[in-house]
Design a protein around this ligand. Structure first.
Ligand SMILES: [Zn+2]
Length: 77
């Protein structure tokens, strides 16, 4: 089962990136091999693009390795 915090961040990321649904976002991930990512820290909603299967990346705002790809959040990778 997915973590509710992961779900909340995933929803936020979809909203920030302007996708209509998780499916729309995943289509982009699979066609472009690049995934939007969001910082998992509570007070940070920094987003960037990452490799879909990349391990947590570095947030430029927090300077912690808390960037997580949408594909990982969704449990698809
Ligand atoms: Zn951050």
């Amino acid at each position: 089962m997915s973590d509710p915090r992961d779900d909340a961040k995933l929803v936020k990321l979809i909203e920030i990136e302007g996708y209509k649904s998780i499916e729309a976002l995943m289509e982009t991930v699979f066609s472009d091999s690049v995934s939007p990512a969001i910082c998992m820290n509570e007070r940070c909603d920094f987003t960037c693009k990452m490799e879909p299967d990349q391990d947590p990346g570095r947030c430029d705002e927090c300077r912690t390795n808390t960037m997580r790809a949408a594909s990982v959040l969704a449990g698809l990778i």
